[in-house]
Design a protein around this ligand. Structure first.
Ligand SMILES: [Zn+2]
Length: 67
């Protein structure tokens, strides 16, 4: 699966990546919603790079061939 196919599986909206808060608001996809111990709900969002990385790592030979 190529990058565009991976990205096409997600709905994108401006947000803060859970791993790259320093980037500020970037296009992000909703990954999951967690329930912090403090209560309430927290959305976990990931930027393009993180979404691609998460998907390629799972695939056959994942992570071997960075572009
Ligand atoms: Zn990220």
């Amino acid at each position: 699966m190529d990058r565009q196919q991976i990205l096409g599986q997600y709905d994108w909206a401006p947000g803060i990546c859970f791993r790259h808060q320093s980037k500020g608001v970037v296009p992000t996809a909703h990954i999951k919603t967690i329930r912090p111990a403090a209560g309430g709900l927290q959305d976990i969002r990931a930027c393009v790079d993180c979404v691609v990385e998460m998907n390629t790592r799972r695939g056959p030979g994942g992570g071997c061939c960075p572009d």
